[in-house]
Design a protein around this ligand. Structure first.
Ligand SMILES: *Cc1c(COP(=O)(O)O)cnc(C)c1O
Length: 431
């Protein structure tokens, strides 16, 4: 037992039995953490090689304003992204405001009136319901005469290949697949599973455009969906690939034609990718991408640590303590309102920013139940940083993710357990 570590945890408000239980759990995870480190090393070299190949230099960190013509750093970064994802091209911009915007951009730019968007793997992420028009919304794809079809997963979480074969038709133009489970209960898909689904779909209709919502999945595996046939992969820079440093932004990496379409939609027909000032964001975009493999590894370790810490105490975890991981989200069932509040107050107290505030449930627009959120992030809303949220309803699930470093993630998670212990909501077993 490291006595220095034990002392500083105790000085920080985490009592010795909570610390010791945490250390015991961590000791059991060494082999898994070693494999995560190996994957991070692989992804790190992949990113590094893309930067070396494209001769990233100090000049890339210069800024542009106004139209942003000939922004060398921006154009080089897009080549780096294309090489990381093994795609023909990429669009990576601070003007892409978030993940939903990047996904909407990829869809609107590659669909035309009369086309159909098809999801072969169930319901997409909540915010896409309004983009698509599943929930009527101003400016949705539905308003432009683009229809939507969906095939749900089978009861065991696998793809319903018969129904998929029957749903692809002459109007099917774009197929959307979401890698991470997001806030659903299905498991997240591995890149291998996504590859099998893409092969099946393309075998039925070779010219469909397959878009993968890659949010939360980047660098959790050595390969990305673009390595197994996806025509576009799409994500947010305030999640994994921004490495916690990007302050805004999104990316689309994929086929030349898809990216061109997206560029002309992002700015304007005729202008496309030629405009779009980088506004001083480039150094953080490069450095964030460089940090991303190890930051993602820290978040993965945090998620696995939490599952292994809470599951033996009687709180179910999804993914469970031993399952393989394909994204950084961890769900825990805390079984009581007090548990959910205590957990979130611990995550908040363990954060580098706003550690002194108490998160309270509120009536969030778009939700039937009150929601509680804990986040103390350097970048507002960043979910690659340690953050947690959950609706105030049984069974009191909390969804949490992130942690820029493993030590800070571990600290926040132990702080959450400490708060649960203080409330008498959990018994730490005798070691
Ligand atoms: C976060 C997320 C989005 C939306 O990204 P925002 O940046 O919140 O708009 C879409 N899909 C998935 C799977 C996500 O995790």
């Amino acid at each position: 037992m490291n006595e220095d570590l034990k002392r500083i945890y105790e000085e920080s408000g985490i009592e010795p039995r909570v610390f010791e239980y945490g250390m015991k759990v961590r000791a059991s995870l060494e082999e898994r953490f070693r494999r995560i480190d190996e994957n991070a090393e692989y992804c790190q070299i992949k990113v590094l090689n893309a930067m070396r190949k494209n001769k990233v230099s100090q000049e890339c960190f210069n800024t542009s304003t106004g139209y942003g013509y000939d922004d060398f750093g921006r154009d080089t970064l897009e080549k780096v992204y294309a090489d990381v994802f093994h795609t023909e091209d990429a669009l990576v911009r601070p003007q892409i405001t978030c993940g939903t915007h990047a996904l909407a951009l990829a869809l609107f730019s590659n669909l035309r009136p009369g086309d159909e968007l098809y999801s072969p793997a169930g319901k997409p992420y909540d915010t896409l319901e309004e983009v698509i028009g599943i929930r009527p919304s101003k400016g949705s794809l539905a308003e432009y005469g683009i229809t939507y079809a969906q095939t749900d997963l089978l009861g065991d979480g696998t793809f319903d290949y018969d129904a998929i074969a029957g749903s692809i038709n002459e109007r099917t133009k774009v197929v959307t697949i979401q890698r991470s489970k997001g806030y659903q209960t299905r498991p997240s898909f591995s890149v291998k599973q996504i590859g099998e689904l893409i092969a099946f779909v393309k075998n039925i209709k070779s010219d469909v455009i397959v878009m993968v919502d890659n949010c939360y999945g980047e660098f959790t595996e050595p390969i990305e969906p673009s390595d197994v046939g996806a025509d576009m992969v799409v994500g947010s820079l305030i999640k994994n690939p921004g490495g916690g440093l990007a302050a805004i932004g999104g990316y689309i990496a994929g086929k030349t034609e898809c990216i061109e379409n997206a560029a002309y939609r992002l700015t304007s027909p005729g202008l496309g990718r030629e405009v779009g000032a980088s506004l001083g964001q480039m150094r953080s975009f490069y450095q964030g991408l460089f940090m991303s493999p190890t930051v993602t590894a820290s978040a993965l370790k945090g998620a696995i640590f939490a599952a292994n810490l809470y599951e033996p105490l009687g709180f179910p975890a999804v993914p469970n303590a031993t399952e393989s991981r394909h994204d950084i989200i961890q769900a825990l069932t805390l079984k009581s309102e007090e548990g959910l509040l205590a957990f979130c107050s611990g995550i908040q107290a363990g954060s580098p920013v706003d550690s002194f505030v108490t998160p309270l449930p509120w009536d969030m627009p778009g939700y039937d139940d009150q929601v509680i959120m804990a986040a103390g992030a350097f970048v507002s809303g960043s979910s690659i940083e340690l953050s947690a949220d959950g609706p105030l309803k049984p069974p009191y699930n909390v969804y949490f993710q992130g942690g820029l470093t493993f030590p800070s993630a571990a600290f926040g998670i132990l702080m959450s357990l400490q708060k649960m212990v203080e409330q008498g909501l959990v018994q730490i077993p005798d070691l």
